[in-house]
Structure formats: C-alpha cells, structure tokens
Design a binder for this molecule. Structure first.
Ligand code: SF4
Length: 342
C-alpha cells in the first residue's frame, strides 16, 4: 500500500564541492558555503572534495593533501553542512569517477577543451609553464563528478555558467550516441558575491590576503587592521569612497544593517578608518565565534569526521556503481558473462 511517505517525489540531486587547496575563508562563506547550508534542506546534496583537481596545479605539494582534506571537512562541518542531511565524499575514493572520466574523454574534442575560457583563465593564474593533459581535461573529470551521481542541478555563480555547459554537452552526447542514461544538469544560478582580499586582489590561499573561517580573533583583528582602504583618505575628516574600500565590502557582507550608515559617515568624513575597522573586526569575530566553537567540537572528535567521510564515500560508490552499470550496458561494454562475473 502506498503511504504518504512513499508517494513523496524524490528530491532533486545536487553536486558541488571544493578543491582541498587550503583553509576556507570568509569569501568562500558568502560565495558558496552559506548557500549549501540552505540547499541541504531542500535537495539531495552531494559535496565533493575534489582531490584529483588539486593535482592540476599543486603536483609538487601532495604531502599537504591529507591535512587539507581534513581541514576542508572541518570547515564544512563548522559552518553547518550536515552529513546527516547530505553526502560528503572524496573524489579519488570513488573509483567509478575515474572510469566515467575515461568514457567521457572520448566524447570531447581537444579543440573544445582548448576553447574553455575557465581553463585558459585558471592556467594563466596557476603560473605553470606548461599545461598538462590532466589540467586541460579537468572539465571532463568534473563532468564525471557531476554525472556519476546523475545530478540534476549544479550551483554556480552567474559568471560561471559556461562551466556547466561542458557537462551538459557531454551528457547530451552520451545520451545521443548510446541511450538516455544521464539527466542534462541545469545550472542553479545564484548571485555569488565576491569578496576582495585584504589587499584588494582576488581573495586566495596563495595570496596571503584572506581572512580564514579558522582564524583566531587576534588574527582577524590584525588582518582587518592591515587591510587596504580608500587610498585617498589620510585623515579621519577626509571624505571617503566606500565603494573602492575593501573594508566596506566586508561590512556589506558581514555587517549588513550598519553598512548604509557607515557609507554615509565615510563619505562625509565623520568616521575614521581605524574605528571603522575595529567595528568590522568585532562583527567578524562575533560571526566567526560559533563557527570556531563547532570547529573545536568536531576537531576533538575525529571519529565524527571519519564516519561522515566513510558513509559518504560508501553512498557515492554505490550510486557510482549503479551509474557505471547503466553506462556499460548502454555502451555494450558488458562482459560479465564472458568473464564469469555474477
Ligand atoms: S571609513 Fe571605513 S569604509 Fe570608509 S574608507 Fe575607511 S575603512 Fe573604508
């Protein structure tokens, strides 16, 4: 008999995640983590730690990777991403992703990969002298991440839709050549606020300009105190331009209520940068305090982290095996009888 529960429509599936390149910062929080905490109540969320992708431009730093993965998971837990509601997994621990990447690599031309604007941009930023086959092909591996769990949606910023387009093309090509196995995932477009680093450049781990979710209160005060503001302001009575001030961008994200008043006072030369920064540091620390507390809780209980990853990997592998079975059947790559496999 159908019960009310069994009649409920399955929730749509989402995949998103992070490369474990270092601790996560306040820019990551407003750019994606905050949104994930909301999404996990509404969707069946798979959160990936993309460790293969770490290799594309950090090949000489693999000794850091395990530590970074642990920090990434702690960052997730500390902001409220919840393994009881969603699935956490590590890319390289789901071998089906590598297998799917191999099949997908036959569906994409080299010219198409070379045209990918994100790959070009990231290569330029990486400072690498030559692009490896793995770097060029990482959008294919990313398509496999998304489609191994047959995701319906991929959260992206409005400037990053092109990234999902490659995955959509691969899903469509596979379905056309073989048979309908994959949903063609839709971008779930959100407004993604981008916070500058304390020096005004892109906030990043390698730039020494980020305020981390795991920073101690004194560290936050130090970084905020050293941040670049409106360069034309010498004295507190000089009229300022909050629109070009990094500190004001942080007020907009983390001190929304007071931000309009601060802009006005700054423009009229009625608030000094030191007081403005002290106010921001206090607000940031008040916001980070519960995150720090949760982080300390989970850090002291490594078994919770282990269990979240073990269960998540297992669930993703199971989903991956289902997908690979469908793929191999569709491709006539099914030698179970020939090989005596039950
Ligand atoms: S008063 Fe605040 S908003 Fe204005 S320039 Fe100084 S730090 Fe920036």
């Amino acid at each position: 008999m159908l019960t009310e529960n069994s009649m409920q429509k399955p929730r749509k599936r989402i995949l998103t995640g992070d490369r474990p390149t270092g601790p996560m910062h306040i820019g990551h929080y407003v750019g994606s983590l905050e949104n994930r905490v909301r999404l996990q109540d509404e969707y069946d969320c798979f959160f990936i730690v993309a460790d293969y992708q770490f290799l594309t431009d950090h090949l000489s730093e693999t000794e850091k990777i395990e530590h970074n993965i642990r920090q990434t998971i702690l960052d997730w837990l500390s902001v409220g991403m919840d393994p009881a509601k969603s699935t956490f997994f590590i890319q390289s621990m789901v071998p089906e992703i590598a297998e799917l990447t191999m099949y997908f690599s036959m569906l994409v031309s080299l010219a198409r990969l070379h045209r990918n604007p994100t790959v070009k941009e990231e290569f330029k930023e990486s400072g690498l002298r030559a692009m490896s086959y793995g770097f060029l092909g990482y959008p294919v591996s990313q398509a496999a991440d998304i489609l191994i769990v047959r995701s319906h949606l991929v959260p992206v910023g409005d400037d990053n839709v092109a990234h999902v387009e490659q995955t959509r093309e691969i899903a469509r090509t596979f379905n056309r050549i073989f048979r309908d196995v994959f949903p063609v995932p839709e971008p779930l477009i959100g407004e993604v606020p981008r916070l500058p680093g304390t020096d005004g450049k892109k906030m990043g781990n390698s730039m020494d300009n980020a305020i981390y979710l795991s920073d101690a209160p004194e560290e936050v005060c130090r970084k905020v105190g050293a941040a670049i503001t409106d360069p034309a302001r010498i004295r507190a009575i000089d009229k300022g331009h909050p629109d070009i001030c990094n500190i004001y961008q942080y007020h907009l994200a983390y001190n929304r209520e007071e931000a309009p008043d601060i802009a006005e006072l700054c423009q009229q030369g009625k608030i000094g940068c030191v007081a403005c920064k002290q106010n921001l540091a206090a607000k940031l620390n008040a916001f980070l305090d519960p995150i720090r507390e949760r982080r300390a809780f989970f850090k002291a209980r490594p078994s919770i982290v282990r269990e979240a990853v073990r269960e998540g990997n297992e669930r993703t592998c199971q989903k991956g095996r289902e997908t690979i079975d469908l793929v191999r059947q569709a491709m006539h790559f099914n030698y179970k009888e020939l090989a005596g496999v039950k």
